[in-house]
Design a protein around this ligand. Structure first.
Ligand code: MG
Length: 365
Protein backbone atom coordinates (compact mmCIF):
# COMPACT_ATOMS: atom_id res chain seq x y z
CA UNK A 1 0.00 0.00 0.00
CA UNK A 2 1.27 3.51 -0.87
CA UNK A 3 1.74 5.49 2.32
CA UNK A 4 3.71 8.62 1.36
CA UNK A 5 5.95 10.40 -1.10
CA UNK A 6 8.92 12.72 -1.53
CA UNK A 7 9.26 15.17 -4.40
CA UNK A 8 12.70 16.44 -5.44
CA UNK A 9 13.65 19.06 -7.99
CA UNK A 10 16.51 18.10 -10.30
CA UNK A 11 18.87 20.51 -12.07
CA UNK A 12 21.21 19.36 -14.80
CA UNK A 13 23.29 21.13 -17.45
CA UNK A 14 24.00 20.18 -21.05
CA UNK A 15 27.58 19.53 -22.15
CA UNK A 16 27.01 22.24 -24.74
CA UNK A 17 23.89 24.40 -25.38
CA UNK A 18 21.56 22.25 -27.51
CA UNK A 19 19.76 24.13 -30.32
CA UNK A 20 16.81 22.85 -32.35
CA UNK A 21 14.38 24.64 -34.72
CA UNK A 22 12.13 25.71 -31.83
CA UNK A 23 14.70 26.93 -29.29
CA UNK A 24 17.85 26.32 -27.32
CA UNK A 25 18.42 24.42 -24.06
CA UNK A 26 21.30 24.57 -21.64
CA UNK A 27 20.07 24.21 -18.05
CA UNK A 28 17.24 21.73 -17.52
CA UNK A 29 15.00 21.18 -14.50
CA UNK A 30 12.77 18.26 -13.68
CA UNK A 31 11.08 16.46 -10.82
CA UNK A 32 12.02 13.20 -9.15
CA UNK A 33 9.21 11.40 -7.34
CA UNK A 34 9.66 8.78 -4.64
CA UNK A 35 6.53 6.78 -3.77
CA UNK A 36 6.84 5.09 -0.38
CA UNK A 37 5.09 1.85 0.59
CA UNK A 38 4.03 0.26 3.87
CA UNK A 39 6.56 -2.58 3.38
CA UNK A 40 9.48 -0.14 3.22
CA UNK A 41 9.96 -0.27 -0.56
CA UNK A 42 10.32 2.97 -2.56
CA UNK A 43 9.49 3.48 -6.25
CA UNK A 44 11.12 6.28 -8.23
CA UNK A 45 9.77 8.21 -11.20
CA UNK A 46 10.94 11.23 -13.19
CA UNK A 47 9.08 14.14 -14.80
CA UNK A 48 10.68 16.49 -17.34
CA UNK A 49 7.92 18.95 -18.20
CA UNK A 50 8.53 21.04 -21.31
CA UNK A 51 5.86 23.66 -22.10
CA UNK A 52 6.31 23.38 -25.86
CA UNK A 53 5.96 19.61 -25.87
CA UNK A 54 4.04 18.45 -22.78
CA UNK A 55 2.07 21.65 -22.09
CA UNK A 56 3.39 21.78 -18.52
CA UNK A 57 5.67 24.16 -16.65
CA UNK A 58 7.81 22.88 -13.78
CA UNK A 59 5.64 24.56 -11.14
CA UNK A 60 2.44 23.43 -12.89
CA UNK A 61 3.71 19.86 -12.98
CA UNK A 62 4.58 20.05 -9.28
CA UNK A 63 1.12 21.42 -8.46
CA UNK A 64 -0.63 18.67 -10.48
CA UNK A 65 1.33 16.06 -8.55
CA UNK A 66 1.04 17.58 -5.09
CA UNK A 67 -2.51 18.90 -5.22
CA UNK A 68 -4.29 16.39 -7.47
CA UNK A 69 -2.56 13.12 -8.33
CA UNK A 70 -0.47 12.15 -5.29
CA UNK A 71 -3.24 12.55 -2.67
CA UNK A 72 -5.30 10.10 -4.76
CA UNK A 73 -2.56 7.45 -4.56
CA UNK A 74 -2.31 7.31 -0.77
CA UNK A 75 -3.76 4.02 0.48
CA UNK A 76 -3.79 2.44 -3.02
CA UNK A 77 -2.11 -0.79 -4.15
CA UNK A 78 0.86 0.03 -6.45
CA UNK A 79 0.50 -3.14 -8.53
CA UNK A 80 -2.85 -1.95 -9.92
CA UNK A 81 -1.29 0.01 -12.80
CA UNK A 82 -4.34 0.18 -15.03
CA UNK A 83 -6.79 0.86 -12.19
CA UNK A 84 -4.63 3.71 -10.94
CA UNK A 85 -4.34 5.20 -14.43
CA UNK A 86 -8.14 5.24 -14.71
CA UNK A 87 -8.36 6.84 -11.28
CA UNK A 88 -5.95 9.64 -12.31
CA UNK A 89 -7.77 10.10 -15.65
CA UNK A 90 -10.92 11.08 -13.78
CA UNK A 91 -9.12 13.75 -11.75
CA UNK A 92 -7.37 15.97 -14.32
CA UNK A 93 -6.83 16.10 -18.09
CA UNK A 94 -3.37 16.29 -19.68
CA UNK A 95 -0.24 16.60 -17.46
CA UNK A 96 1.69 13.82 -19.22
CA UNK A 97 5.05 14.46 -17.52
CA UNK A 98 3.41 14.41 -14.07
CA UNK A 99 1.62 11.17 -15.00
CA UNK A 100 4.88 9.75 -16.33
CA UNK A 101 6.60 10.31 -12.99
CA UNK A 102 3.83 8.32 -11.28
CA UNK A 103 3.77 5.59 -13.94
CA UNK A 104 7.53 5.06 -13.70
CA UNK A 105 7.46 5.06 -9.87
CA UNK A 106 4.69 2.43 -9.95
CA UNK A 107 6.64 0.27 -12.42
CA UNK A 108 9.69 0.56 -10.16
CA UNK A 109 7.60 -0.73 -7.25
CA UNK A 110 6.09 -3.56 -9.34
CA UNK A 111 9.54 -4.75 -10.40
CA UNK A 112 10.95 -4.53 -6.86
CA UNK A 113 7.96 -6.35 -5.34
CA UNK A 114 8.30 -9.11 -7.96
CA UNK A 115 12.08 -9.13 -7.34
CA UNK A 116 12.81 -9.34 -11.07
CA UNK A 117 14.35 -6.76 -13.45
CA UNK A 118 11.94 -4.32 -15.00
CA UNK A 119 12.33 -5.74 -18.51
CA UNK A 120 11.44 -9.20 -17.17
CA UNK A 121 8.45 -7.72 -15.35
CA UNK A 122 7.31 -6.21 -18.68
CA UNK A 123 7.63 -9.63 -20.33
CA UNK A 124 10.67 -9.00 -22.48
CA UNK A 125 14.43 -9.23 -22.57
CA UNK A 126 17.36 -6.89 -22.04
CA UNK A 127 19.00 -6.85 -25.47
CA UNK A 128 21.29 -3.81 -25.89
CA UNK A 129 19.54 -1.04 -27.82
CA UNK A 130 21.55 0.82 -30.46
CA UNK A 131 21.11 4.56 -30.03
CA UNK A 132 21.88 7.54 -32.20
CA UNK A 133 23.74 10.58 -30.84
CA UNK A 134 22.13 13.93 -31.64
CA UNK A 135 23.82 16.95 -33.19
CA UNK A 136 22.01 20.24 -32.57
CA UNK A 137 21.58 23.01 -35.13
CA UNK A 138 25.03 24.03 -36.30
CA UNK A 139 26.78 25.26 -39.43
CA UNK A 140 27.39 22.52 -42.03
CA UNK A 141 31.10 22.52 -41.16
CA UNK A 142 30.54 22.32 -37.39
CA UNK A 143 27.93 19.58 -37.82
CA UNK A 144 30.32 17.59 -40.04
CA UNK A 145 33.14 17.93 -37.47
CA UNK A 146 30.89 16.75 -34.65
CA UNK A 147 29.62 13.83 -36.74
CA UNK A 148 33.12 12.72 -37.67
CA UNK A 149 34.19 12.83 -34.01
CA UNK A 150 31.14 10.76 -32.96
CA UNK A 151 31.81 8.06 -35.55
CA UNK A 152 35.45 7.97 -34.41
CA UNK A 153 34.12 7.36 -30.87
CA UNK A 154 32.16 4.38 -32.31
CA UNK A 155 28.64 5.80 -32.36
CA UNK A 156 26.94 3.79 -35.08
CA UNK A 157 24.12 6.23 -35.91
CA UNK A 158 23.83 10.03 -36.13
CA UNK A 159 20.75 12.20 -35.66
CA UNK A 160 21.07 15.67 -37.13
CA UNK A 161 18.83 18.59 -36.19
CA UNK A 162 17.64 20.66 -39.15
CA UNK A 163 14.43 22.62 -39.92
CA UNK A 164 15.55 26.10 -40.93
CA UNK A 165 16.09 27.13 -44.58
CA UNK A 166 15.76 23.90 -46.62
CA UNK A 167 18.75 24.71 -48.83
CA UNK A 168 20.96 25.31 -45.77
CA UNK A 169 19.57 22.09 -44.30
CA UNK A 170 20.54 20.20 -47.47
CA UNK A 171 24.06 21.62 -47.09
CA UNK A 172 24.17 20.39 -43.47
CA UNK A 173 23.11 16.90 -44.58
CA UNK A 174 25.56 16.90 -47.48
CA UNK A 175 28.44 17.91 -45.16
CA UNK A 176 27.58 15.30 -42.51
CA UNK A 177 27.08 12.49 -45.03
CA UNK A 178 30.40 13.42 -46.60
CA UNK A 179 32.11 13.31 -43.19
CA UNK A 180 30.71 9.95 -42.02
CA UNK A 181 30.67 8.11 -45.35
CA UNK A 182 27.84 6.12 -46.94
CA UNK A 183 27.54 3.31 -44.37
CA UNK A 184 26.65 5.08 -41.11
CA UNK A 185 22.87 5.49 -40.66
CA UNK A 186 21.87 9.18 -40.67
CA UNK A 187 18.47 10.41 -39.47
CA UNK A 188 17.30 14.02 -39.39
CA UNK A 189 14.78 15.99 -37.32
CA UNK A 190 13.17 19.22 -38.53
CA UNK A 191 11.23 19.86 -35.28
CA UNK A 192 8.24 21.46 -37.09
CA UNK A 193 10.53 24.06 -38.67
CA UNK A 194 9.23 24.03 -42.25
CA UNK A 195 6.16 24.94 -44.24
CA UNK A 196 4.77 22.31 -46.60
CA UNK A 197 6.54 23.93 -49.57
CA UNK A 198 9.88 24.01 -47.71
CA UNK A 199 9.51 20.38 -46.61
CA UNK A 200 8.72 19.33 -50.18
CA UNK A 201 11.76 21.21 -51.45
CA UNK A 202 14.01 19.39 -48.99
CA UNK A 203 12.53 15.91 -49.41
CA UNK A 204 12.51 15.95 -53.21
CA UNK A 205 16.27 16.72 -53.12
CA UNK A 206 17.33 14.46 -50.22
CA UNK A 207 17.45 11.07 -51.97
CA UNK A 208 21.20 11.23 -52.64
CA UNK A 209 21.93 11.31 -48.89
CA UNK A 210 20.20 8.01 -48.01
CA UNK A 211 18.45 9.35 -44.91
CA UNK A 212 17.08 6.67 -42.61
CA UNK A 213 14.08 8.82 -41.68
CA UNK A 214 12.97 12.41 -41.14
CA UNK A 215 11.21 13.48 -37.95
CA UNK A 216 8.47 16.07 -37.88
CA UNK A 217 8.97 18.04 -41.11
CA UNK A 218 5.74 20.02 -40.56
CA UNK A 219 3.91 21.73 -37.68
CA UNK A 220 2.35 19.23 -35.29
CA UNK A 221 -1.24 19.93 -36.33
CA UNK A 222 -0.72 19.36 -40.05
CA UNK A 223 -1.69 15.70 -40.34
CA UNK A 224 -3.01 16.25 -43.89
CA UNK A 225 0.32 17.79 -44.93
CA UNK A 226 2.23 14.83 -43.48
CA UNK A 227 0.00 12.47 -45.46
CA UNK A 228 0.67 14.35 -48.72
CA UNK A 229 4.40 14.57 -48.03
CA UNK A 230 4.61 10.86 -47.35
CA UNK A 231 3.14 10.11 -50.78
CA UNK A 232 5.97 11.99 -52.54
CA UNK A 233 8.91 11.24 -50.20
CA UNK A 234 11.11 8.18 -50.46
CA UNK A 235 12.54 9.09 -47.02
CA UNK A 236 10.36 7.54 -44.27
CA UNK A 237 8.48 10.17 -42.25
CA UNK A 238 8.31 10.02 -38.46
CA UNK A 239 5.78 11.78 -36.21
CA UNK A 240 7.22 13.26 -33.01
CA UNK A 241 5.51 16.50 -31.94
CA UNK A 242 2.35 15.34 -33.83
CA UNK A 243 2.16 12.22 -31.65
CA UNK A 244 1.46 12.65 -27.99
CA UNK A 245 -1.01 10.05 -26.74
CA UNK A 246 -3.33 7.35 -28.02
CA UNK A 247 -5.73 9.80 -29.67
CA UNK A 248 -3.09 11.16 -32.07
CA UNK A 249 -1.72 7.66 -32.69
CA UNK A 250 -5.13 6.43 -33.81
CA UNK A 251 -5.68 9.41 -36.12
CA UNK A 252 -2.20 9.31 -37.68
CA UNK A 253 -2.54 5.56 -38.24
CA UNK A 254 -6.02 5.85 -39.77
CA UNK A 255 -4.82 8.58 -42.16
CA UNK A 256 -1.66 6.69 -43.17
CA UNK A 257 0.15 9.94 -42.37
CA UNK A 258 3.55 8.57 -41.30
CA UNK A 259 5.89 5.57 -41.48
CA UNK A 260 7.27 5.81 -37.93
CA UNK A 261 6.00 6.86 -34.48
CA UNK A 262 8.46 8.52 -32.08
CA UNK A 263 7.14 7.55 -28.64
CA UNK A 264 8.36 9.56 -25.67
CA UNK A 265 7.18 8.58 -22.21
CA UNK A 266 7.00 12.25 -21.17
CA UNK A 267 4.60 13.03 -24.05
CA UNK A 268 2.22 10.11 -23.54
CA UNK A 269 2.30 9.83 -19.74
CA UNK A 270 4.23 6.63 -19.15
CA UNK A 271 4.57 2.95 -20.01
CA UNK A 272 0.91 1.95 -19.61
CA UNK A 273 -0.11 4.54 -22.24
CA UNK A 274 2.90 3.74 -24.44
CA UNK A 275 1.80 0.10 -24.65
CA UNK A 276 -1.46 1.18 -26.29
CA UNK A 277 0.39 3.32 -28.84
CA UNK A 278 2.73 0.41 -29.56
CA UNK A 279 -0.27 -1.84 -30.23
CA UNK A 280 -1.78 0.72 -32.63
CA UNK A 281 1.52 1.06 -34.50
CA UNK A 282 2.04 -2.68 -34.83
CA UNK A 283 -1.55 -3.17 -36.05
CA UNK A 284 -0.95 -0.61 -38.82
CA UNK A 285 2.56 -1.60 -39.90
CA UNK A 286 4.05 1.58 -38.43
CA UNK A 287 7.65 1.35 -37.20
CA UNK A 288 8.64 2.56 -33.74
CA UNK A 289 11.27 4.91 -32.43
CA UNK A 290 11.87 5.56 -28.72
CA UNK A 291 12.72 9.16 -27.93
CA UNK A 292 13.54 11.32 -24.96
CA UNK A 293 13.69 14.99 -24.09
CA UNK A 294 16.80 16.99 -23.38
CA UNK A 295 16.99 17.06 -19.58
CA UNK A 296 15.88 13.46 -19.06
CA UNK A 297 18.30 11.63 -16.83
CA UNK A 298 18.84 8.40 -14.90
CA UNK A 299 15.29 7.07 -14.37
CA UNK A 300 13.62 8.37 -17.55
CA UNK A 301 16.34 7.12 -19.93
CA UNK A 302 16.39 3.74 -18.16
CA UNK A 303 12.62 3.47 -18.63
CA UNK A 304 12.84 4.37 -22.32
CA UNK A 305 15.64 1.80 -22.75
CA UNK A 306 13.47 -0.91 -21.19
CA UNK A 307 10.51 -0.08 -23.46
CA UNK A 308 12.67 -0.10 -26.61
CA UNK A 309 14.24 -3.42 -25.65
CA UNK A 310 11.07 -5.21 -24.58
CA UNK A 311 8.98 -4.16 -27.60
CA UNK A 312 11.88 -4.30 -30.07
CA UNK A 313 11.69 -0.77 -31.41
CA UNK A 314 13.31 -0.30 -34.80
CA UNK A 315 14.97 3.02 -33.86
CA UNK A 316 16.22 4.54 -30.61
CA UNK A 317 17.18 8.06 -29.58
CA UNK A 318 18.47 7.29 -26.09
CA UNK A 319 21.09 9.99 -25.75
CA UNK A 320 19.29 12.50 -23.49
CA UNK A 321 21.48 11.78 -20.46
CA UNK A 322 24.60 11.51 -22.64
CA UNK A 323 24.07 15.16 -23.66
CA UNK A 324 24.35 16.22 -20.00
CA UNK A 325 27.46 17.16 -18.06
CA UNK A 326 26.28 14.78 -15.31
CA UNK A 327 23.15 12.88 -14.28
CA UNK A 328 21.36 13.88 -11.08
CA UNK A 329 22.34 10.48 -9.65
CA UNK A 330 25.20 8.00 -9.84
CA UNK A 331 23.05 5.47 -11.71
CA UNK A 332 21.19 5.25 -15.00
CA UNK A 333 21.03 3.01 -18.06
CA UNK A 334 24.37 1.44 -18.97
CA UNK A 335 26.22 2.77 -22.02
CA UNK A 336 28.52 0.02 -23.19
CA UNK A 337 29.75 -0.54 -25.73
CA UNK A 338 29.58 3.03 -27.06
CA UNK A 339 26.27 3.60 -28.84
CA UNK A 340 24.37 0.84 -27.01
CA UNK A 341 22.10 1.17 -23.97
CA UNK A 342 20.89 -1.57 -21.62
CA UNK A 343 19.94 -2.06 -17.99
CA UNK A 344 21.69 -3.84 -15.14
CA UNK A 345 20.03 -7.07 -14.03
CA UNK A 346 18.62 -5.74 -10.76
CA UNK A 347 14.95 -5.09 -9.91
CA UNK A 348 13.73 -1.52 -10.50
CA UNK A 349 15.37 1.45 -12.17
CA UNK A 350 19.15 1.77 -11.73
CA UNK A 351 18.88 5.05 -9.83
CA UNK A 352 22.02 4.93 -7.67
CA UNK A 353 22.59 7.56 -4.99
CA UNK A 354 21.39 11.12 -5.62
CA UNK A 355 23.92 13.90 -6.19
CA UNK A 356 23.31 16.60 -3.60
CA UNK A 357 24.40 19.37 -5.99
CA UNK A 358 21.69 18.52 -8.54
CA UNK A 359 18.72 17.49 -6.40
CA UNK A 360 16.71 19.41 -3.81
CA UNK A 361 13.82 18.09 -1.71
CA UNK A 362 10.70 20.18 -2.45
CA UNK A 363 7.92 18.50 -0.52
CA UNK A 364 7.01 15.33 1.41
CA UNK A 365 3.98 13.52 2.69
MG1 MG B 1 12.08 14.92 -32.56
Amino acid sequence: MITGWNLHQTKVRCKRPFAIATGIQDECSGLLLELKCQDGLSGWGEAVPLPYLTGETLSGCQAALQEVFLPALIGQQPLALETLRQRLDRLMVGQPAARCAIDLALHDLCSKKAQIPIWAYLGGDNRPVATNYSIGLATPREAAEQARALVEQDFACIKLKIGQDPDLDLERVRAVRGAIGPEVPLRVDANEGWSYVQARRFLTRADAFDLQLIEQPLPRWDFEGLTRLRSLSSTPICADESLRGVAEARRLAAMGAVDVFNIKLMKCGGIVEAREIIAIARAHGIQLMIGGMVGESSVAVAAATAVASVWRFEYADLDADLLLKANYSEGGALHEPIGYRHLPTVPGWPLGSLRAASTELLASC
